[in-house]
Ligand binder design. Sequence first.
Ligand SMILES: Cc1cc2nc3c(=O)[nH]c(=O)nc-3n(C[C@H](O)[C@H](O)[C@H](O)COP(=O)(O)OP(=O)(O)OC[C@H]3O[C@@H](n4cnc5c(N)ncnc54)[C@H](O)[C@@H]3O)c2cc1C
Length: 422
Amino acid sequence: MSMVAEANDVVVIIGAGIIGIACAHYLVADGRKVVVLDKGTVAGACSHGNCGHVIPSHVLPLNSPDAFRAGIMSLFDPNAPFRVKPQLKPSFLHWMVQFARHCTKAHMLAGAKHLKTILDSSYDEFEALVSQDDFDCDWKQSGLTYVFQSQKAFDAFEKTNALLTERFGVEADVMAGDKLSAFDPALKPGLAGGFFYKKDALLRPDLLAKSWTDQLRRKGVEFIEHCEVQEIEKDSAKIKLVKTSKGNFNTSEVILAAGALCGKLASVFGCNIPVIPGKGYSVTIPRPALCPKTSLVLSEKNVAITPFSDGLRFGSMMEFVGYDDSVPDHRVRQLTESADAYLDINPNVSKGKPWFGWRPMTWDSLPMIGRLPNLTNAAIATGHGMLGVMLAPATGRLIAEILGERPCHISDAPFSPARFIH
Ligand SMILES: Cc1cc2nc3c(=O)[nH]c(=O)nc-3n(C[C@H](O)[C@H](O)[C@H](O)COP(=O)(O)OP(=O)(O)OC[C@H]3O[C@@H](n4cnc5c(N)ncnc54)[C@H](O)[C@@H]3O)c2cc1C
């Protein structure tokens, strides 16, 4: 048992994904002692092979009338990027019914307003973080371009772009036809056009986690790997002991940041945590000679592309298939083949590194950040869905403010766990 873990005034964070790491950062800045426990390795789960986009343009949540339609259609198409595999589990059915109920324009716009606030806050925090000398995560403010093969889809996106600009102040440079391939020679001539969001940034998620944890270790944060939290011991509504595969940890406060697995810890924490996995895939190939100069979304295929300094990552899919950990070949092939129509590159697929991750999904597409109502010394930080990397700094800052009983820098009300747990 570690020295830190024996003390009583320790904040125990369950989960060393990017959210647990960010919470540790802001708590240690507040002078708290922090230990982070992970059943696997640091940032070895969903925070490892994601696309690394930090894009404040991404304000529209998954809940939209289109998502509902896509979910229904996917029942008949195993290759659909958005796919729901029907399951009879009551918790899954309840989640899906709630998700469907929230797929309205009104919910989408309300969610977008809250996401905009937390995305902007997180972006500012990121800029401060990555400007430190010892912080190396391949951060680039090179923008993101939505590219369209068909004129119809390009024209239709103009409506979304107008909504983003008018309601949320998110502006794009619009490039029609040949202007697009002139802008980025890696894109094939003949595409209908693109929308370039220049403020958007990218980073390498694994390097981010490494730089951040190296820095936190130097500040005294302890990361304990292969340490699975199995039970908690309470005195009335107060957690006294966190019981793990590596022994027991005394604690003054517990932060549950176990990503998509938070849902599985619901019975341990004695409350309903409606977070389910939204499975996605990525494949990373060596950087081609002619590499896209911005991050891309291949719009008709729903595939995101990130040009790192030493590689090119393709990521996509949102599968509601339970805690399935397979990586089917056809899904990986789908990722690279989607590039054929858009990119003038010849991806070296044989050298590609396939990966999957379970995004922690809530049915309203907003994260859960705040105290658990049924316990006096526990908080939760999860449910970031497709935006966990982007929202990590603002989430960590909110958690530190809530534990420190200070006013929050942005309203925490929209993210309150109390909307699910009464
Ligand atoms: C294909 C794909 C692309 C993506 N692209 C982006 C992107 O471009 N930008 C972006 O912002 N987000 C992106 N995301 C989403 C992002 O990856 C997630 O939102 C984020 O990684 C979630 O972080 P987390 O810390 O909550 O969860 P995780 O990274 O999953 O960490 C949770 C940790 O908790 C640990 N844990 C679980 N149970 C226990 C237990 N009982 N005891 C101890 N430890 C436990 C796990 O081992 C794990 O390490 C993408 C996701 C996918 C799948």
